[in-house]
Write a protein that binds this ligand. Structure first.
Ligand code: NAD
Ligand code: ZN
Length: 238
């Protein structure tokens, strides 16, 4: 595989998915047949699921906290951190992963578009309680110190909106008048709006690359497809 055409002018925007953390031992959706670590996604990753059984949701995310805490960033995370250091403000990393492994690998310009496992907030929208850093594990649902409502993981669940400031930041980055590459890595292209970013890139005249082990659902939208594991391919092309 040829090296990616990245020179002193090029901007790079990266979108990562669960496949990037697979080689750190964290399961993707796909590998478990549409379940997340054996759980029905409706039950553990939707607002309705949380309303129905918040304790189950907290036990699930507590397990994810423990598991991701024991995992180590892999070569793909490290290569992307290195690229970010090299490019500085010409680099933006957008991740769907909530496991915080990009930040632990040293990446700085990271948008965690689906949230972060190690943050907790109040489930009441109008509550003034801040989002807090929280690595605790819970058997039962913790309650808000300010209003008494259930606390919840700071995760964007299915059916919830993304933080609009994240979308703005992505769009602003894509509008830079420079040669820009869009790189999607380890993502099945089935969860929107993330899966639509490749089309947005195209609208801005940006060349898009997909690095993925299996065929992605939005694969036809990409200019170049590099098949393989994230660690192997990134080691070759960066
Ligand atoms: P997905 O599970 O739908 O797809 C993963 C993709 O990665 C698959 O297409 C697979 O072929 C590919 N893949 C697997 N191993 C790979 C490897 N070693 N190298 C390259 N590619 C590999 O994941 P998604 O598209 O990210 O969507 C899943 C959703 O679930 C996201 O919204 C995310 O927030 C959440 N999730 C997060 C984590 C995490 O934080 N690590 C894990 C599971 C799910
Ligand atoms: Zn509250």
């Amino acid at each position: 595989m040829d090296k990616l055409p990245i020179d002193d002018e090029t901007c790079v925007i990266v979108l990562t998915g669960a496949g990037v953390s697979a080689e750190s031992g964290i399961q993707t959706f796909r590998d478990s047949g549409g379940l997340w670590e054996g759980h029905d996604v409706e039950a553990v990753a939707t607002p309705e699921g949380f309303k129905k059984d918040p304790d189950l949701v907290w036990r699930f995310y507590s397990e994810r906290r423990k598991q991701a805490g024991q995992a180590l960033p892999n070569l793909a995370h490290l290569k992307l951190a290195e690229l970010g250091d090299r490019l500085g403000p010409r680099f933006l990393l957008v991740t769907q992963n909530v496991d915080a492994l990009h930040v632990r690998a040293g990446s700085k310009r990271v948008i965690e578009m689906h949230g972060n496992l190690y943050r907790t907030r109040c489930s009441r929208k109008k509550c003034k309680r801040d989002v807090t850093v929280d690595a605790n594990v819970y058997e039962t649902t913790p309650l808000c110190e300010k209003c008494g409502e259930n606390l919840r993981p700071h995760i964007v669940w299915f059916g919830e909106n993304l933080d609009p400031t994240h979308i703005e930041r992505i769009e602003r980055f894509m509008q830079y008048p420079r040669p820009t590459l869009f790189l999607a890595i380890g993502t099945s292209g089935s969860v929107y709006p993330a899966a639509g970013l490749v089309r947005l890139a195209k609208q801005h005249g940006i060349t898009s690359y997909l690095i993925n082990k299996d065929v992605a659902e939005n694969e036809a939208d990409f200019d170049v497809v590099l098949r393989g594991s994230a660690c192997d391919v990134l080691s070759e092309v960066l």
